[in-house]
Design a protein around this ligand. Structure first.
Ligand code: OOG
Ligand code: NI
Length: 443
C-alpha cells in the first residue's frame, strides 16, 4: 500500500536491494555470518515504519491492534527533549523466534497537547480529535474476539488485516478547514499532521541496508534527496546500535472542506517520506552510556544548520569522538559494552568445565561462539533528527527534558517493556542453554 502511495519509496527499496547484493557479493564472510546468525532470511522483509497518534484512547486501541499481531510496546522515547511535542514507543515482536521471522517494528508517537502554550488551540485540537475513530468498528470487534479467544482463526485474521489496513491509509482530504490547518501548523507542523486527517497514515517505512553510506551517496542518482547527515554512530568496522537517514518528505496535494459545506480549497502537506537504516549490535547500559557521551561530545564540537550546512564537519567530529569506543567485537563483549548470543560450535575441550567462569576458554577452544545481538530498537536523538528533517529543517536542536512515561503508560494501558531486559535475557538464556548442551555432550 505504501509503495503505491509513495512511489519514491519503491525506488528506495530497489536501491537498498542493489546495494545489499553488492555488499554481500564483495564480502562473502559477512554473508556467511548473517546466514549463521539467521539474519539473512529476514533481511528482505526487514522494515520499520512510523505513525503518530492524537489521543490516549487511540494509543490504547493501537496497542491492542498490535498485540493481536504479536507486537508489544518496547521502550519509551521522550522527543520533547528535542523540542518536539511527542513521546513514543516501538511496537515490535519480542521473542528471538518471532524476530528472526520478521522483526517489523512501528515507531509510534503520541502528540502532547499539554505542552502547547496556546491552551485554546489545544482544546480545539482535542475537540477535533474526539470526533474521529482511527480503528474501524469491525476491526475493534475482531480485536476483542482475539483477546477473548487468545488469538484469531485464519478467516478472522484475514478480515482483521483488511480492516487494520484502513487505519494506516493516507487520506488526501483534510478534516478541517484551511484556516484551522494553518493555525495548527503554525503552532507545530506535527500537530497539524495528526489533528487534521482522518487517521494515522504511515509516514515512512524503512528497509535495512548493509551499507548506509553507499545508499545515502547514491540516492541523488535515483532522483531522491537525502537528509544532510546520517544519524547515530559513525561508520565503523563493527556496527553498533542504529544508523539512519531519510529522504525529504514529499509535498502532496490535499483538499480542505470549505466553510459551511462550500466547495473545498486546495492545499499541500508534507508528511510522508522514506528512510533507511543500518543495524548493529545492541549495547549494554555501560555501552550505551559511552555511546551517549561520545555523541554529546561530537554534537558539542560541530552542529548541522537548517539547510544542512556544517554536515561534513559534523561527520568528522562524530568520527573523532567515537575513537574511544572499542571497534572490535571481542573487546565489546569482554568489556561488557554489547549484548551477545551464545551457541555451541564444537565439543567440550579436555579439562574445561562447562560453566560461565570458563566462557573465555570455551570461546578460545571453539566450543562456543558469541554472535552479536542485533539492536531492534530506536535512539531518541536520532529519531529527533529524522522528525526534524521531515518537518523542513536539518538543524540539530538541544535538549531540555520533560519526559512523562507515567502518562504515556496510562494511555497505553500497560507498562512498556524494557529493551535492555530483553537483550539481557537472550544473552543469559543462550549461555545457560549452550553450557547445558556442552555438559550433555553436544557439539
Ligand atoms: C518518527 C520519526 C522517528 C526513527 O526511525 O527514529 C523514526 C516520525 O517521524 O513519526 O522513525
Ligand atoms: Ni523511522
Amino acid at each position: 500500500m505504501y509503495r503505491q502511495e509513495v512511489p519514491q519509496y519503491g525506488t528506495l527499496i530497489e536501491l537498498v536491494r542493489d546495494v545489499n547484493e553488492e555488499v554481500m557479493a564483495a564480502d562473502p564472510a559477512l554473508k556467511a555470518r548473517l546466514e549463521a546468525a539467521d539474519e539473512l532470511s529476514r533481511l528482505d522483509v526487514e522494515r520499520h515504519g512510523a505513525i503518530r497518534l492524537g489521543t490516549a484512547e487511540e494509543l490504547f486501541n493501537i496497542r491492542r491492534m498490535f498485540a493481536t499481531m504479536g507486537m508489544a510496546p518496547v521502550g519509551y522515547y521522550d522527543l520533547s527533549v528535542a523540542g518536539l511535542p511527542v513521546h513514543s514507543t516501538a511496537f515490535r515482536p519480542t521473542t528471538t523466534e518471532a524476530l528472526s521471522r520478521n522483526p517489523f517494528r512501528v515507531f509510534t508517537s503520541l502528540i502532547r497537547l499539554e505542552l502547547l502554550e496556546d491552551r485554546a488551540l489545544a482544546a480545539e485540537a482535542e475537540e477535533i480529535l474526539s470526533r474521529r475513530a482511527i480503528v474501524t468498528p469491525r476491526c475493534l470487534e475482531l480485536i476483542a474476539e482475539g483477546e477473548a479467544q487468545g488469538g484469531l482463526t485464519r478467516a478472522q485474521a484475514e478480515e482483521f488485516v483488511a480492516e487494520a489496513l484502513e487505519t494506516f491509509r493516507w487520506h488526501s482530504d483534510a478534516t478541517v478547514t484551511a484556516g484551522t490547518y494553518a493555525r495548527l501548523a503554525a503552532e507545530h507542523r506535527l500537530i497539524a499532521d495528526v489533528v487534521c486527517f482522518r487517521g494515522p497514515h504511515i509516514n515512512h517505512l524503512t528497509p535495512r541496508t548493509l551499507d548506509i553510506d553507499a545508499v545515502q551517496a547514491r540516492m541523488p542518482e535515483r532522483g531522491i534527496a537525502p537528509k544532510a547527515v546520517i544519524e547515530g554512530p559513525p561508520r565503523r568496522a563493527v556496527d553498533i546500535l542504529l544508523r539512519q537517514t531519510s529522504f525529504k518528505a514529499l509535498e502532496e496535494p490535499i483538499l480542505f472542506p470549505g466553510e459551511g459545506g462550500s466547495n473545498g480549497e486546495e492545499g499541500t502537506h508534507t508528511a510522508r517520506f522514506g528512510e533507511i537504516e543500518q543495524r548493529g549490535v545492541a549495547l549494554t547500559p555501560l555501552g550505551r552510556d559511552l555511546y551517549d557521551r561520545c555523541l554529546a561530545e561530537a554534537r558539542s564540537r560541530a552542529a548541522v544548520g537548517a539547510t544542512g550546512e556544517g554536515a561534513e564537519d559534523y561527520m568528522d567530529a562524530l568520527a573523532a569522538a567515537f575513537i574511544e569506543f572499542p571497534d572490535d567485537a571481542d573487546r565489546l563483549r569482554r568489556e561488557g559494552l554489547a549484548f551477545f548470543r551464545y551457541r555451541v560450535a564444537g565439543p567440550l575441550p579436555e579439562g574445561v568445565e562447562p560453566v560461565a567462569e570458563a566462557v573465555e576458554d570455551l570461546l578460545a577452544a571453539g566450543a562456543l561462539v558469541a554472535d552479536p545481538q542485533t539492536y531492534e530498537d530506536f535512539l531518541p536523538v536520532s529519531a529527533a533528527g529524522i522528525f526534524q528533517s521531515n518537518l523542513g529543517t536539518d538543524a540539530q536542536s538541544n535538549f531540555d527534558e520533560t519526559a512523562n512515561q507515567d502518562v504515556f503508560e496510562a494511555a497505553l494501558g500497560c507498562a512498556v517493556t524494557s529493551e535492555t531486559a530483553l537483550y539481557r535475557d537472550v544473552e543469559e538464556t543462550s549461555l545457560t542453554e549452550a553450557l547445558a548442551a556442552l555438559a550433555g555432550g553436544a557439539g
